[in-house]
Design a protein around this ligand. Structure first.
Ligand SMILES: Nc1nc2c(c(=O)[nH]1)N[C@H]1C(S)=C(S)[C@@H](COP(=O)(O)O)O[C@H]1N2
Ligand SMILES: [Mo]
Length: 364
């Protein structure tokens, strides 16, 4: 115990009703993807959602950045960005989603970033396969865990730490993880991890450590805050049940028509319209079908093939809008037979809420 109010946190508890100023502050820092930009196969950099736990590190020049490789590697040391860029280059289009997406729709909710639907985006990430780095550094026989540390530092739940996550060697290989320096053919922007980050395709976003400074190989599990205190599915008492890993199947509908400025309620003109949306799942599992419901009547939507194993698919559905109020919903099913629940399944910290999205429209 200290007498410091930050290092001695008041235990958070669930909240209901209005959003607090601290949730609003988080929401303003961590912008979501504007749903209308889901029409783009690749989300423009400035429209891609953001989740930064602490402050964005100030990095003036990429050439001064080094990645430290240590722990149980045969070859330890520091690599400059130039040295990393001499490794074989590769690009992958990856849909990232925050594990907290949908948290703000649960009640009671955990007081944290209050996402509704918009913590998802798709980018073309360019760098080198993590496996190339492993071929260079060679983890020792004893090593089974890789720890990835970011340059950003802060306090969470009283623990002061640099943002860090780990993967088992097997997870790092199976996920085809990348170390990247470019997003959508441009250098990473400060908020997305300039100059270097990890991308773990098919996993929820927390695994893709930004501002990557250090990779440690070790023979014991990583006990960092972001690995052991959070990013777990917990039971109703807050006891850990299972760690959060790959993305659950989900779809989104671009709200049709035009919005009311203040409420964002939708006004749609009567007649034929095309509804558009996206669908994705994790671990490289393709989406098999998307259904759309108009006032609860489910119909099959037209699904396009994804541009890459780890990218979302686009879908559309023709609808003849008749006057009155209607509720539009969508749900996806993946090739593993996983389907989105119509009603949200409550989770202690608001993680992995992949319930169907419902959009109310007024047709005139
Ligand atoms: N160093 C660092 N890496 C991080 C985070 C962070 O706060 N610090 N947030 C993680 C989380 S929770 C998500 S969802 C993704 C978001 O990536 P983006 O902001 O580029 O969309 O970054 C992950 N990597
Ligand atoms: Mo996240």
């Amino acid at each position: 115990m200290t007498d410091n109010p930050i290092l001695d946190p008041v235990k958070a508890s669930h909240v209901t009703g209005d959003f607090s100023p601290s949730e609003l502050q988080l929401a303003n820092r961590n912008s979501g993807t504007l749903l209308e930009t889901l029409r783009h196969d690749i989300t423009p950099v400035g429209a891609h959602y953001l989740l930064n736990h602490f402050d964005i590190p100030f990095v003036e020049q990429a050439k001064d950045w080094t990645l430290t490789i240590d722990g149980e590697f045969e070859t330890q040391g520091e690599l400059t960005l130039d040295e990393l860029m001499s490794f074989p280059e590769t690009s992958t289009v990856v849909t990232l989603e925050c594990a907290g997406n949908g948290r703000g729709l649960l009640s009671p909710r955990w007081p944290s970033q209050p996402w509704t639907h918009e913590a998802v985006g798709t980018a073309k990430w360019t760098g080198t396969a993590l496996s190339n780095l492993l071929d260079h550094a060679v983890p020792k026989q004893s090593c089974d865990t890789l720890v990835f540390l970011g340059a950003d530092e802060g306090v969470a739940g009283g623990d002061r730490h640099h943002y860090g996550r780990s993967l088992s060697l097997q997870q790092a290989i199976d996920s085809k993880a990348l170390i990247v320096w470019s997003m959508n053919d441009m250098p990473l922007t400060p908020q997305h991890g300039f100059p270097l980050r990890l991308i773990v395709p098919g996993w929820y976003g927390m695994a893709s450590v930004k501002w990557l400074t250090r990779i440690i190989a070790q023979s014991k599990p990583f006990d960092g805050h972001q690995q052991v205190k959070t990013y777990w599915i917990k039971d109703k008492h807050g006891e850990k049940v299972e760690p959060i890993t790959t993305i659950k199947v989900r779809s989104l509908l671009i709200p049709p028509g035009i919005p009311d400025w203040a409420t964002r309620r939708r006004l749609v003109d009567a007649g034929k319209i095309t509804l558009h949306g996206r669908a994705w799942s994790g671990a490289g599992i393709p989406v098999e079908k998307v259904e759309v419901a108009i006032d609860g009547d489910w119909q099959l939507a037209q699904l396009e093939t994804a541009s890459s194993t780890y990218a979302w698919s686009s879908w559309h559905h023709e609808w003849t809008a008749t006057s009155g109020k209607h509720r539009l919903s969508c749900r996806a099913t993946d090739a593993d037979g996983q389907v989105q629940p119509v009603e949200a399944q409550w989770e202690y910290s608001g993680f992995c809420n992949n319930a169907c999205q419902h959009v109310d429209v007024w047709v005139v």
